[in-house]
Write a protein that binds this ligand. Sequence first.
Ligand SMILES: NC(=O)c1ccc[n+]([C@@H]2O[C@H](COP(=O)([O-])OP(=O)(O)OC[C@H]3O[C@@H](n4cnc5c(N)ncnc54)[C@H](OP(=O)(O)O)[C@@H]3O)[C@@H](O)[C@H]2O)c1
Length: 297
Amino acid sequence: MRYRTLGDLRVSAVGLGAMPLSIEGHPDEPRALATVHAALDAGVTLLDTADSYHLPGAAPGHNELLVARALAAYGGDTSGVLVATKGGRGRPADGDWTVDGGARHLKSAAEASLKRLGVEAIGLYQLHKPDPAVPFEESVGALRELLDEGKIRLAGVSNTDVGQIRTARDILGDRLVAVQNRYSPAVRDSEAELTLCAELGLAFLPWSPLGGISRSSLDGPSRLVGPRRFGSFHDVAAERGVSPQQVCLAWLLAKSPVVIPIPGASRPETIRDSAAAADLVLDAAELARLDEAARRP
Ligand SMILES: NC(=O)c1ccc[n+]([C@@H]2O[C@H](COP(=O)([O-])OP(=O)(O)OC[C@H]3O[C@@H](n4cnc5c(N)ncnc54)[C@H](OP(=O)(O)O)[C@@H]3O)[C@@H](O)[C@H]2O)c1
């Protein structure tokens, strides 16, 4: 496993996105625990969760409780594992993803996450999404209060643009350590934010790094790196004898040393395969081919 910097921490270059373990189509508890344990066995030390990763209309926290149970049940040392959670979104019964970035909500949501995770302070707490109905400064101000109170150790923002990242940096200083935006070969509209993170030394956590495919098979072609637009990902994978998903993650890692992808998984095989991407170093010619494929409309 290779490692990358997140604030004052060193975390695995590939994390686990735990969302598929708790939303629609999630696996049963034994398979969910086995998936987290497979990640830990593979050297993954960053687990991404959120209070809103649960079935529509259910109580918040399914995913956080699951992650906490998985860590408690793991036989090995978990002291170096960073659990990154988020607040500011909800999932009502209609299946929508709502936002609530009010300071009062964020502060009580963080307290509840703290209890569910069973920790003294949340390792990394991320504003899930700016709330258009709430001044961004108010939401980030809540993160600052949580930092000052020692309830969270480090802060991050998600789904933010360049201006919002700069504002968060002004308010939080070097306690802002991470930005989590959608980024994959298929969706590259956060290029400017990635560039800013590299400039400021903020970790950039691409979410849905594989394109948000909800189900894919190690045995068959995925919809993300389908044969037409993303043929080069398949070609390089075949040449290297690895999966196209590994090539995709290695391509992301090569974008910048601040990139730490958090691929989702609902079974041990997929996170094992994704974690191995941390050790796949693509050469300049391969990266040029992949860049060209990703740029194609
Ligand atoms: N901040 C935000 O707003 C936001 C939004 C969405 C997601 N996220 C975070 O980002 C994480 C990742 O996003 P995501 O789960 O939507 O999408 P993703 O990582 O692009 O794709 C996840 C899917 O890809 C499959 N997969 C993963 N690794 C694979 C491999 N090596 N080979 C074949 N298939 C593989 C998994 O299949 P199996 O299910 O079969 O294992 C899983 O269903 C989430 O889990 C969550 O933590 C954040």
